[in-house]
Structures are given as C-alpha cells and as structure tokens.
Design a protein around this ligand. Structure first.
Ligand code: ADP
Ligand code: MG
Length: 560
C-alpha cells in the first residue's frame, strides 16, 4: 500500500515507515539529487553531493539515514552540521516529519543563542539525531568529549556556507570527536579548494553526486533586472511593489541597518513588512519567519546570513535591492522562491557600477537576466485602481439594503452629492494615496533618512501620513565648507549629551575642538558636523568608541 502511495520513492528501498511519512508529506517523485544520493547513502558509502539550493538535499540525506537508524538504541547515531540556527531548526523539523511513523525517534537541535541546558537534557534523554551548528556543538563537546562517541553517520549540510562563516576549525574539532568508522556525507552548492581539502582529509573514497549547476530551480524562476541609481532605490522599490503581483516577498539588502530602514519604509507605505537580520534575537527571528509562513506578514527584508536556508513556500518573489557579493549568493537568494516545484520571480536592482556583476551572474547561471523598466505613473495608477476596485468589490454586496438609506440621509444632511460623499470616504480609506496621474507623478516616498527623522516622534506606528504629499521636514542647517554631517544612533534616550560626544571625538578621534562643528542630539540619534578631509581615517579611529556604554558607530549622513 505504502508503495503506491510513495510513488517513485518506493523503488529506493527506504524503510516502510519512512515511505508512509513521505506519502503523508505529499512528495510524489524523488528529485534528481534524491534519486542519485539515496542509494549511495543507503549502501553506506561516503559521499560528496553537489546541488543548488531548493533541490531537496534535506530529504536526500534524511530519508536514507532514517532508514538505517535503530530506534531501539537510545544514543546519538546521526549528526547533521548546518551553518545557521534557522537551518538547524528546519532540518530538525524535516527529520521529525520523515520519522513520525517510526516511533521512538528523537531529534534534538543544538544551536547558539539558546540556553545549553534543555539541549543537553534532550541529548541525555536518548535523542538519536543531533542537528547542530558547529560552534555550539563544540561548546557541548568541551564539556563532554564522549558526546559523539556513538555517532555512525555525519552530514555536513551546506558545507561551503559553513566555511564562509568561519567554522573550519570547529568542524575539524568535531571530526576528531567522532568514531573513525563512521559514514560521512558532505553537501555543498559549490566545491572550492577548501571543501575539497576537508573531504580529502575526512572522507573515505567518497562517491561524487553532482546535479548540474543549471538546476530546475533557477529555470523555474523568472528573472529580471532594473537599472537604478543608488539613491533611487527606495522610490524604485515602492513603484515595483505596486505593480508586481506577489503573495509573499523576500527582499535582500546588504546591511542590518538597511533591513530596518527598508522594512520601516515599506510599513509606512502600508505593507505588512518586517526586517530579518542577525542582530535580532533568535525568538524574534523565528516569529518573523512564522508570520511570513502563516500570511500575517507579506514582506521580509533580510540580509543573506539571516535568510540562509529559509524555506517558505508562499514566497513568490525575491527582490534583490542590493547586489549580492557573488553569484553563489545570488543563486542562494533566488532559491528562496520557486520552492517545491512552483514558479517564482526574482528581481535585481543594478546600479551603473554593478553592470559587471550582472554579467557574471548571467554567465554563472547560464541565463539571461532581462531588463525591465520602472513602471510609469499610468501603470502605477492603473494597478492602484485595480487593487482598490478588488478590495471594494466584496463590500458592494448587500450594501444597498444595509446602508443605502443612510447614504441618502447623510447626503441630505451634509448637503452634498453621493459622489462627493463617496470621494470623502475614499480619501479616508486610501489614507490620502494619490489616485490621479498628476498626484502619482508627484509622489515622493518617505526615504529611510526621512523615516529616521520622523522616528523622533514619541508615537510610533502611526500610519496616517502616507505617500501622498511630500512631507515637510525640519530642515538641517547648511554646512560649513569642508564639513560633512555624521550620524550616530545614540541620542537622548541613550542618556547621551553633546558634551559626551564631543569628549569622545576629541579624545579617541584625536581631533581638535575647533574641527568639530555643530552637534545636534535628538531623541533617537545625533548629528555631528565633522571635517570632510580625513573623514574615513577619523571614523576608523572611532570604530570601537563607546559613549554612555554603547557603541557610537558614527557614519556619514547622506541627506536625501
Ligand atoms: P535544499 O536543501 O536543496 O535547499 P530543501 O531540502 O530545503 O532543499 O527542499 C526544498 C523544498 O522542496 C522543501 O520545501 C521540501 O519540502 C521540498 N521537497 C523536497 N523533496 C521533494 C520532493 N521529492 N517532492 C516535492 N517537494 C520536495
Ligand atoms: Mg538545504
């Protein structure tokens, strides 16, 4: 029975309980990396598997290893190393899903940023499968060097990413704590020399399984790029989002600050958006991912590290606001969409200086990334009216019986036409968003800098002022020739006063008092005028500086 249910998997001689679980999950056919890896791993060989993101690597190792697990032995038998805690949690969840019909199988996820106690307890209570990030596992090993003495199978998942995160030494340390007679399987999207070296040292006559770089994942993803100037990115993103029809979208930027700025910008424009970055506490990151999964969030603005391995089938769009550092990360990023056989769309903003990188990406993915243009005001307006009509259509049903007479009554009292009444209500409903061509043309988004300025207000989360009219900002003083403005996120609420900033910059920046111009301390940030000449060096000297116990992190402030 299970055989017919699990379709093409049945031929692979997996454990019957595993086949039942796969059928329940709903996989029909093994993916290429799965059909090639599963027999090799079942036969107990060491293996090097090379395949892109989204090709189903987790099941490729989880299914055969579970099939070889002995649930009656209540000690660690399988160890999976992954680069990040998100991925560790995801892989652990996959093992739980695939083993739910086996009975008596326990999985423990071991990762940093969470207390060690519960993890240790789960280990001692007979978990057979450990899914760990290398750093935290080493911490456990230092306390209990025999911890991994019974492990018979090791998997290095996303090995290239682990090395990029600097886990080389930890991995070697873990290898030493494992029994000689184990099976080792290494998965990696790319095989640079460092990975080959690890394999050489630690794998025994490994079989190679390679799925060509040009995978169905990339093919299922429609790619396009848009040329923009860096300072036009916020406007361009807002315009694009108005016309792109997405379910959930993940946007990539390079810095943690940019995740916050962009998420805030999008929120201010009415999107349900959130940042996802490595500075956020683990629990909060998990909440964001959950919210994206269950549809209470539609946009996540992430850094590469924070989004690694993220698997949310709802994601229809990947928006690369900042260019990735290399083609591999591009492939990783866009692999966040087009999951599990669906199609996805990937958009890339390219500044004039980044044209070369675009060409490299095209060469590596073997695909042309066509150019699109920013939608013009007509298109934006049309999309806006369409959305508005869609959102109002359901309201028309039964509205006449329920409210029709009130409407007439109100028009009489207000001495206005029904059109005028409707227009007034519409203005409130759309919160002042422009619904005419001229208005759309005039629209300026609230840029991150403007948004920061606004965050001075004690009340946050007000959404009444939207993209409508350009906002009036408290203008900044004109700068003295040769000076530039710098910004720190420290302000009054951090207990910082101008004299503290001045003192720190004079002492640690080795700057004369006269060289420092106006200092404005606001609620959540401060602005300081500094000499343009030698600014880079000055900021370098101030890199580690702390004021009122907090990192100063002074940056040049670009007014836009
Ligand atoms: P990778 O590790 O290669 O990036 P994952 O293991 O995270 O890929 O799998 C990507 C997605 O594909 C997951 O949502 C997973 O549930 C789904 N998936 C894996 N194998 C199959 C299959 N044989 N059929 C359908 N979906 C699958
Ligand atoms: Mg994976």
């Amino acid at each position: 029975m299970t055989q017919t249910l699990a379709g093409g998997f049945a031929a692979l001689e997996l454990h019957p309980a595993v086949l039942t679980a796969i059928a329940a999950v709903g996989y029909e056919e093994p993916s290429p990396i799965q059909s090639q890896s599963i027999p090799v791993i079942l036969a107990g060989h060491d293996m090097i598997g090379q395949a892109q993101t989204g090709t189903g690597k987790t099941a490729a190792f989880a299914l055969p290893l579970l099939s070889r697990l002995d649930p009656a032995r209540r000690e660690p038998q399988i160890l999976i190393l992954t680069p990040t805690r998100e991925l560790a949690l995801q892989v652990a969840a996959a093992f739980e899903r695939y083993s739910c019909e086996m009975g008596g199988v326990k999985v423990v996820a071991v990762y940093g940023g969470a207390p060690m106690g519960p993890q240790l307890k789960a280990l001692r209570q007979g978990a057979q499968i450990i899914v760990a990030t290398p750093g935290r596992l080493c911490d456990h090993l230092r306390r209990d060097e025999k911890l991994l003495g019974s492990v018979a199978h090791l998997v290095l998942d996303e090995a290239d990413e682990m090395l990029k995160l600097g886990f080389m030494e930890d991995i070697e340390f873990i290898f030493e704590a494992l029994p000689e007679s184990r099976q080792t399987v290494l998965f990696s999207a790319t095989l640079p020399a460092s990975i080959r070296a690890i394999a050489e040292r630690n794998l025994k006559s490994p079989k190679h399984v390679k799925i060509a770089a040009k995978t169905q994942t990339v093919e299922r993803i429609e790619q396009a790029h848009l040329m923009v100037h860096a300072d036009q990115k916020p406007v361009s993103v807002l315009r694009l989002l108005e016309v792109e029809q997405f379910d959930a979208l993940i946007a990539f930027v390079r810095t943690k600050q940019a995740t916050l700025d962009m998420a805030e910008l999008l929120e201010r424009h009415g999107y349900r958006a959130s940042a996802l970055n490595g500075d956020m506490p683990q629990a909060q990151r998990e909440r964001v991912i959950e919210a994206l999964k269950d549809g209470s969030l539609d946009i996540v603005v992430a850094t590469d590290v924070a989004a690694r391995g993220l698997d949310v089938p709802r994601i229809t769009h990947v928006l690369n606001i900042d260019m990735p550092y290399d083609p591999e990360s591009y492939v990783h990023r866009i692999g966040r969409t087009g999951r599990a056989g669906r199609t996805g769309r990937a958009l890339l903003l390219v500044t004039p200086r980044e044209r070369r990188m675009l060409q490299v990406i095209e060469r590596v993915t073997g695909q042309k990334v066509g150019e699109i243009r920013l939608p013009d005001a007509e298109t934006v307006l049309e999309a806006r009216l369409q959305r508005l009509a869609n959102s109002l259509r359901p309201l028309l049903e039964g509205a006449d019986e329920a409210r029709g007479s009130v409407c007439r009554e109100l028009c009489q009292r207000l001495d206005c036409t029904p059109e005028l009444l409707a227009a007034a209500l519409l203005a409130r409903q759309t919160q002042g968003q422009a619904l005419d061509l001229e208005g759309v043309r005039r629209e300026q988004p609230l840029t991150p800098a403007a948004a920061r300025e606004r965050s001075e207000r004690p009340e946050r989360g007000e959404r009444t002022e939207r993209s409508g009219e350009p906002r009036t900002r408290r203008p900044l003083e004109p700068l003295t020739e040769g000076r530039v403005r710098c910004r720190t996120a420290l302000g009054k609420r951090d207990g910082v006063a101008a004299k503290n900033l001045l003192g720190a910059i004079i002492n640690e920046g080795q700057l004369a008092r006269e060289a420092i111009g106006r200092i404005q301390v606001r609620e959540t940030f401060s602005l300081i005028e500094l000499p343009e000449e030698g600014l880079e060096r000055l900021l370098g000297r101030l890199k580690e500086t702390r004021v009122a116990g907090k990192a100063l992190r002074l940056r040049r402030y670009h007014e836009d």
